[in-house]
Write a protein that binds this ligand. Structure first.
Ligand SMILES: Nc1nc2c(ncn2[C@@H]2O[C@H](COP(=O)(O)OP(=O)(O)O)[C@@H](O)[C@H]2O)c(=O)[nH]1
Ligand SMILES: [Mg+2]
Length: 718
């Protein structure tokens, strides 16, 4: 395969709602470029992009696929992303390494929730975006309505670069405003015949042409002058203006195709190669140290790994973008994240599961390699001496969780390994081994996402598992002062055990002064602080421990044992076994025995005194509360809010944002079970949401009673 130079490479991400036709569009581009001899079909499960068994089973993309095609002496790298929000990770990593997003619109439906979600991510990374209206051959296609939709949502940046003369079954004619020509595709699609625009369309075409030229001129100052002077631009000038407008996100051009009929695709490929920005037209990325790394083939070789996948018979494949320099076969680079030296025995470009060996890849290109030792997604590798690190791809917070366990005992280790591998392939799957909940929790983007994970465990790893309800990480705390005394005494044969502890517990609040007296049993009791220890608890909150012992009632050497005992009880809270937090404890008196007292006696006395005092101190169970943002079409807002209310949610505010109602609320994690599924059915899949841990809050009394009863019942069982 030919070596492409930096100025011959275009990197595009194909995004858009599920079923808009992204995979078929990519397939057709590969076919037109001569990379494949026959076009596969989604229904047959034989496209280049959806090559994994699960994608063939589901007839839909699950992972992003890295593809390429060749067109007019240029290489187009294509990342075909999955449309469903459950697999958003594939979209975000694609956007990191590509320079333009082509957002595919299904002409039957116009702007859909996937259009919305993906375009927001494109906006976040500030990259050029163009709309490709697909399925114009469908009898429900409605080009005019699509444009109205797009303008409503995306504003005046939406500019027609083409329009379809007629849509529906016979769709084969496109008026191209950039070249002011008519493109007519033969039956069966493919290479179009180019002719003059017919008289009947000339008025509309000219009108659109003027709008396009004006918009292009606005994007580049030098063109504005020419435009004022001559009231026209040459095609070359127009293209340079369009490119500037794309890069500045002032123009979102619209193109017309039918991926199925191969209509408009070769003209789209012309446009990709002629108009979309080159990698070096985009701002140079910063390293984490703030150094700009130009996409320059003469620079030091450096690559960024944006995707790791594990393929049967091959093992791990790392996909990367060449950020600088030229990568040659058998080059040695250093992984700046793991400090491992890595040899690139082989370099490939990939078209789905097919890999084509290449000897060189230059700055701006996208490629793949195998057999690296210690390299994963998000790592930067460079020539030794350049300690560049590119920032990690920022994946969204998980918003769906479940617990998982193997069906047969002894499979725990295998499950752990399999889950870790799945996380490597899909970083939006987060695995948590919760010591606290004594569960393995898997976090993902939605129910479907985790069902797909289960599919892999069943079919790839041959591991029988089950999802079980995840426990909630409750916390326990107290609301008032309480005192307790506990004597641990044991006399059995030889040396006995003896320790007695008197202590006070009280709620901790920030900046409270040291205690000077307590009211205990209706009486004032003076205390003087001799020692203070302050702990930031690993599970959040604080423990403050005061030694207020006077007159040597307990020797100083036993003070740590008492602390250890009460810490044990904080880890295994007195009410429900959850972690306790935000307490102050003052040990003010006790008794010891010169022979029988030892550490263990004071540990047990400390633990039990703490437990008793805690239970009398108005103990409360706290639960994790999440901030949630839900975006819904206004006609469904009422339903969504009333559902949130039944989940004990508190709505904090509502605002209108780009055609959506945005609802901000706080909801307890315990009530968020299957939220994505419910939301989707309440809104016909037209809503989106995200959530993030906010704080701990007390649970309502009746729920606290239920939790305590359940814990006691379970405790008795054990
Ligand atoms: N009529 C028509 N159907 C299409 C077109 N493009 C894709 N499809 C169909 O739409 C469905 C989804 O296509 P796919 O490429 O998997 O969409 P993706 O989810 O966006 O990747 C499949 O049944 C395709 O055959 C098109 O241009 N016209
Ligand atoms: Mg697809």
């Amino acid at each position: 395969m030919k070596v492409y130079q930096s100025n011959q490479i275009k990197n595009i991400a194909v995004l858009g709602n599920s079923k808009s036709g992204k995979t078929l569009l990519a397939e057709t581009m590969l076919f037109n470029g001569g990379i494949i001899e026959r076009r596969g079909e989604i229904e047959q499960g034989n496209t280049v992009s959806d090559y994994r068994k699960i994608e063939q089973d589901y007839k839909s993309s699950i992972f992003s696929s890295v593809l390429y095609t060749e067109w007019k002496d240029k290489k187009i790298n294509i990342i075909d992303a999955p449309g469903s929000d459950d697999f958003i990770g594939g979209v975000i990593s694609a956007l990191y390494v590509t320079d333009t997003a082509l957002i595919v619109i299904n002409s039957q439906n116009g702007v859909e929730v996937g259009t919305e979600i993906h375009s927001r991510y494109v906006e976040k990374v500030n990259k050029p975006m163009a709309f490709v209206i697909n399925q114009l051959d469908h009898d429900k296609a409605n080009f005019e309505k699509n444009i109205e939709n797009l303008k409503d949502r995306f504003g005046n940046q939406v500019i027609l670069a083409q329009y379809s003369v007629e849509c529906g079954e016979g769709f084969n004619k496109i008026i191209d405003i950039i070249s002011m020509k008519l493109y007519t595709c033969p039956a069966g699609g493919g290479k179009p015949e180019i002719s003059e625009i017919p008289e009947a369309e000339m008025g509309k075409a000219k009108d659109l042409y003027n709008k396009l030229v004006e918009k292009a001129a606005e994007s580049k100052e030098s063109l504005m002058e020419i435009f004022f002077e001559k009231e026209a631009l040459t095609e070359e000038e127009l293209i340079s203006g369009l490119q500037a407008g794309l890069v500045q996100r002032e123009i979102y051009p619209v193109f017309c195709v039918s991926a199925k009929k191969n209509v408009g695709i070769s003209r789209l490929m012309d446009i990709i190669t002629e108009i979309l920005p080159l990698p070096c037209d985009m701002p140079a990325p910063d390293t984490t140290e703030g150094e700009k790394v130009q996409c320059n083939p003469a620079g030091a070789p450096a690559i960024f790994i944006f995707k790791t996948s594990i393929e049967s018979h091959i093992g791990e494949i790392n996909y990367f973008k060449v950020m600088s320099g030229v990568l040659t076969e058998s080059i040695d680079l250093v992984n700046n994240n793991t400090y491992s030296k890595e040899r690139f025995a082989q370099l490939f470009v990939s078209a789905g599961k097919n890999r084509i060996k290449v000897e060189k890849l230059v700055a701006g290109d996208i490629g793949a390699t195998v057999k690296l030792k210690n390299t994963k997604t998000n790592h930067t590798l460079s020539l030794s001496g350049k300690d560049w690190n590119f920032p990690f791809i920022e994946f969204p917070n998980p918003k769906y969780r479940t617990a998982i366990k193997p069906l047969s005992e002894g499979d725990e280790e295998k499950l752990g390994e399999s889950l870790n591998r799945m996380h490597e392939e899909d970083p939006t799957i987060i695995i948590e081994y919760s010591k606290e909940l004594k569960q393995i929790i898997v976090h993902g983007q939605g129910e479907h996402h985790l069902n797909i994970l289960k599919w892999h465990l069943d079919n790839v790893f041959k591991l029988n598992t089950e999802f079980i309800p995840p426990k909630i990480p409750y916390r326990e705390t107290i609301t008032k002062v309480s005192q307790a005394t506990y004597r641990h005494k044991k006399q059995s044969g030889g040396a006995g055990q003896f320790g007695e502890v008197h202590l006070v517990v009280e709620p901790y609040v920030p900046d409270m002064p040291n205690p000077t007296y307590y009211k205990v049993g209706g009486q004032d009791m003076k205390v003087s602080v001799r020692g203070k220890e302050e702990f930031d608890l690993p599970w959040g909150g604080k423990l403050i421990y005061f030694n207020c012992i006077v007159g040597g009632a307990i020797e100083a050497r036993f003070i740590p044992a008492i602390l250890k005992g009460l810490m044990e009880k904080m880890e295994d809270g007195p009410l429900t076994g959850s972690y306790a937090r935000d307490v102050r404890v003052a040990v003010y008196d006790g008794k010891m025995h010169t022979v029988d007292s030892n550490d263990i006696s004071f540990r047990l006395a400390g633990r039990n005194a703490f437990k008793e005092a805690f239970k009398n101190a108005g103990p409360k169970i706290m639960e994790p509360i999440y901030d949630i943002e839900v975006y819904v079409p206004s006609d469904r807002m009422g339903d969504v809010i009333s559902d949130l209310t039944t989940r004990r949610g508190i709505v904090l505010g509502m605002s209108n944002e780009k055609g959506y109602e945005k609802i901000r609320a706080k909801v307890p994690l315990a009530e968020m079970n299957r939220y994505s599924t419910t939301l989707s059915s309440l809104t016909n899949g037209r809503a989106m949401y995200n959530m993030k841990f906010a704080e701990y809050q007390q649970v309502p009394g009746e729920i606290q009673d239920k939790l305590i009863k359940a814990f006691e019942a379970q405790d008795q069982e054990e």
